[in-house]
Design a protein around this ligand. Structure first.
Ligand SMILES: NC(=O)c1ccc[n+]([C@@H]2O[C@H](COP(=O)([O-])OP(=O)(O)OC[C@H]3O[C@@H](n4cnc5c(N)ncnc54)[C@H](O)[C@@H]3O)[C@@H](O)[C@H]2O)c1
Length: 250
C-alpha cells in the first residue's frame, strides 16, 4: 500500500513507538488519528506531526472501551473520509505476579490482548464496509515468541497477539492484511519506568536497545509490502528486521 494520501489510526500514539510511527506515517503523507488514553500526549504528537507539515488529530481513547475505539475509527471517516491503516499499539507492562500485590496483571491482558482483538474486529468491519480493504498492524513483542520469566502475563498477552494475527492471514484474500510486529527491547518510557540500571542490564542481554524509529520503520514496511498478511515481523538489534517462521503443523 502506498502511504501518501491514506488515513490511519494509531493507538498509544502519545508516546514511544506509537508516537514515532505517527510521525513517520504523517511524514509520508498519511492523515493520522492519534488515539491515546493520554489526551494531552495525543494532541502533542498531533501538533508535532503538524509542525513538520503532516496532518494529524489527537483524541482521547481508552482502548479497553469499545465505544472509544469505534469513536477513534469513526473520527477518521468523519475528518478524512476513510480508514486504510490501523496500528493497534497501546500497551502496558509492570507486573510482579507472585508479589503480595501482584500488580495490574488483568489490566495487562485487557489492554495488550483483549483491546487488540476488539480493535481488529472493529477495523475489519469498517474496512469491509468501505469496500477498499486496508492494513492492520498489531504490536506484539519478542516476549510473544520467547519466555519472559519476569513478565509471564505480558508474554502471554503478546503470544496471544501473535497467534491471533497469524490466524487472520486469510483476510489478505479480501484485501485486508493483518500483521504483527515483535520489537525487542526499545528505548521508551515503558521500559525506562523499570529504572536505568535494569535498562542497561537488558540492553546487555539482547545486544543493545532499539530506538522507537527502528520499530516505526518496521510498521511502515508491513503497511507498504502488499505480500504480507498474517506476517509476524521481528525487530531486534542483532537481526534487524525479519519474519518469524510458521510453526510446521504436525
Ligand atoms: N519498549 C519496548 O521495549 C517494547 C518492546 C516490545 C513491545 N512493546 C510494545 O510496544 C507498544 C508501545 O509501547 P512503548 O514502549 O512505546 O510504551 P510507551 O509507554 O511509551 O507508550 C504506550 C502508550 O500507550 C498508551 N496507553 C496505555 N494504556 C492505554 C489505554 N488503555 N488506552 C489507550 N492508550 C493507552 C500510553 O498512554 C502510552 O502513550 C506496547 O504494546 C508495548 O507492549 C514495547
Amino acid at each position: 500500500m502506498e502511504i501518501a494520501g491514506k488515513v490511519a489510526m494509531v493507538s498509544g500514539g502519545a508516546s514511544g513507538i506509537g508516537r514515532a510511527t505517527v510521525l513517520e506515517l504523517a511524514r509520508r503523507g498519511a492523515r493520522v488519528v492519534v488515539a491515546d488514553i493520554d489526551e494531552e500526549g495525543a494532541r502533542a504528537t498531533a501538533d508535532l506531526a503538524g509542525a513538520s507539515g503532516g496532518m494529524a488529530i489527537g483524541r482521547r481513547c481508552d482502548v479497553t472501551r469499545t465505544e472509544d475505539l469505534a469513536g477513534a475509527m469513526a473520527c477518521a471517516f468523519e475528518h478524512w473520509g476513510g480508514l486504510d491503516i490501523v496500528f493497534n499499539n497501546a500497551g502496558i507492562g509492570g507486573e510482579d505476579l507472585f508479589a503480595d500485590d501482584p500488580g495490574p496483571w488483568e489490566r495487562i491482558i485487557e489492554i495488550n490482548l483483549i483491546a487488540v482483538i476488539d480493535a481488529t474486529r472493529i477495523a475489519v468491519r469498517e474496512m469491509r464496509r468501505s469496500g477498499k480493504g486496508g492494513v492492520i498492524v498489531n504490536t506484539a513483542s519478542m516476549g510473544g515468541l520467547l519466555p519472559m520469566p519476569d513478565s509471564p502475563v505480558y508474554a502471554a498477552s503478546k503470544a496471544g497477539v501473535v497467534n491471533f494475527t497469524r490466524s487472520l492471514g486469510y483476510l489478505g484474500a479480501e484485501g485486508i492484511r493483518v500483521n504483527a510486529i515483535c520489537p525487542s527491547f526499545t528505548d521508551t518510557p515503558l521500559v525506562r519506568r523499570s529504572g536505568d540500571a535494569r535498562v542497561e542490564e537488558m540492553a546487555k542481554l539482547v545486544g543493545g536497545i532499539l530506538q522507537p524509529e527502528d520499530v516505526a520503520a518496521g510498521v511502515i514496511e508491513l503497511v507498504e509490502d502488499d505480500s504480507r498478511a498474517g506476517a509476524i515481523m521481528r525487530v531486534t538489534v542483532r537481526g534487524g528486521r525479519d519474519y518469524a517462521r510458521e510453526v510446521r503443523p504436525y
